[in-house]
Design a protein around this ligand. Structure first.
Ligand SMILES: [Zn+2]
Length: 454
């Protein structure tokens, strides 16, 4: 009997990654992500999985971003009792990200209840901080490149994927088949991360396609961010920078440190990192130096360039300050977190700036801002947007279409089947066409919920 794969998420969407591999009544879930963005997508988080969580034997995470790990607390709450295998970088990040995700969901539910704008009464969190803390006990760190058995007789191995700390591709061997999950692939020229490792031979490949229909413009974060922040410093405005606490926050800080050292920005321009998660992530750099391009001195400079704001009181005290200043806060797509308060406070003034730093999934506030929408809705209120909106293309943590193809093409010989996943439909389909025409491999874009033999 052959093994099968079911696409429970991350098919026809960039979010919700969940790939269920089954063989002889044993089940492995690769990634356990939250759906984010449009409401119809987010509602999928509330629908029961087609497989009972206590019937899943093990989970493997490719990396810690919530669209790959954020469903885990719910899976555990619903009865999943097995191990969750991940690299040590991913385990460290999950300890930061998952409790915070539970906390944000509790806060959002409480806020909705206080202000009575939820259509559900009372609004409930998907899971709590405590649920998230409980789920961490099942995490199990595996060394990169070492073979481990998530299920007896199933062999698995992580390879470095760039992207963010701990991010990995996964090679899985089951029922005589080799299945390669690309995970999220970083760009080979990332300012922080080492490039992804070339793919080993496999029978089946799942490749991400976040930027499957786009190319990153030539140019570096340094060249894009310098003139923007220089202009901001001159006019005395406030820049609100929604950042992914993991990855982009550090790339932006590193670049600002370089800009200041090069005299491109006044050293006196105040920079605030208003995200406990990002602060803790920045601290992890010291522990996992080998995954980065940065020297110890560069990590220190990145650390020192910003004032770190841990407590809510420190965060609120920013509202009493005047510009110029730069505020980095999560979340990166402005879907929640402290950045919302800063957007509500500063988006209405034309001297100010909102700088978007990564992929903005459709349906998020970040995507609305990028599209020039005004007003935008924050905490049940309309906020008129007069601030300058800038989108930094070079801040992406994902490979672009050419880089994805180049990565795939390093495989020693053609796999039997490529599944193009983790993209909006147009992006996935464009990458599928390029794979079919340019390297002439069999590729399809699977439907959400579909099952295929491996
Ligand atoms: Zn990611």
């Amino acid at each position: 009997m052959s093994a099968t794969i079911t696409f429970l998420g991350g098919a026809d969407s960039v979010t919700g990654s969940k790939y269920l591999v089954e063989h002889r009544h044993q089940r492995l879930l690769v990634d356990c992500g939250l759906f984010q963005g449009y409401k119809q997508l987010r509602l999928r988080n509330w629908a029961p999985l087609p497989v009972a969580p206590d019937q899943i034997d093990a989970v493997v995470l490719t990396h810690a971003h919530l669209d790959h790990s954020g469903y885990l607390p719910l899976l555990v709450k619903q009865g999943f009792a097995g191990r969750v295998h991940a690299t040590s970088g991913t385990v460290d990040l999950c300890r930061i990200l998952l409790p915070d995700s539970g906390h944000i969901q509790e806060e959002d539910a409480a806020f909705a209840n206080r202000h009575g704008f939820s259509k559900h009464a009372p609004a409930l969190p998907l899971y709590t901080r405590q649920d998230a803390l409980d789920s961490l006990r099942q995490l199990h760190a595996e060394p990169v490149h070492a073979v481990f058995e998530p299920i007896r007789g199933w062999k698995a191995r992580f390879l470095r994927a760039g992207h963010i700390l701990g991010a990995a591709s996964l090679l899985l061997e089951v029922a005589g088949r080799r299945i390669l999950f690309s995970g999220d692939l970083g760009r080979p020229d990332d300012p922080l991360m080492a490039p992804p490792e070339p793919p080993p031979q496999a029978d089946t490949v799942l490749i991400e396609s976040t930027y499957g229909d786009r190319l990153h413009p030539e140019g570096k974060l340094f060249a894009e961010l310098g003139p923007l922040l220089g202009k901001l410093a001159q006019r005395g405005g406030v820049a609100v920078v929604p950042v992914f606490a993991v990855g982009r926050a550090q790339a932006v800080l590193h670049t600002i440190a370089q800009l200041k050292a090069a005299g491109e920005l006044p050293r006196s321009l105040p920079i605030f990192l208003d995200s406990p998660m990002a602060i803790h992530t920045t601290a992890l750099f010291q522990k996992h130096m080998g995954e980065y391009r940065l020297s110890a001195a560069e990590v220190q400079a990145m650390d020192r360039v910003a004032t770190m704001l841990e407590t809510p009181e420190q965060s609120k005290s920013l509202a009493r300050r005047h510009g110029p200043m730069v505020i980095l806060a999560a979340s990166g797509m402005a879907t929640g977190g402290r950045v919302l308060h800063h957007l509500a406070q500063y988006a209405g003034d034309h001297r100010n700036m909102v700088i978007l730093t990564g992929f903005q999934a459709p349906g998020t506030r970040g995507a609305s801002l990028a599209a020039g929408q005004s007003p935008i809705r924050i905490h049940g209120q309309d906020v008129v947007v007069r601030a300058e909106i800038a989108q930094i293309a070079s801040a992406s943590a994902h490979a672009d279409a050419n880089q994805l193809l180049a990565w795939l093409h390093q495989m020693p010989s053609a796999p039997g089947q490529v599944y193009v996943v983790h993209g909006e439909r147009a992006a996935s389909d464009m990458l599928r066409q390029r794979i079919a025409h340019e390297i002439k491999w069999r590729a399809i874009v699977p439907e959400h919920g579909a099952t295929w033999p491996l």
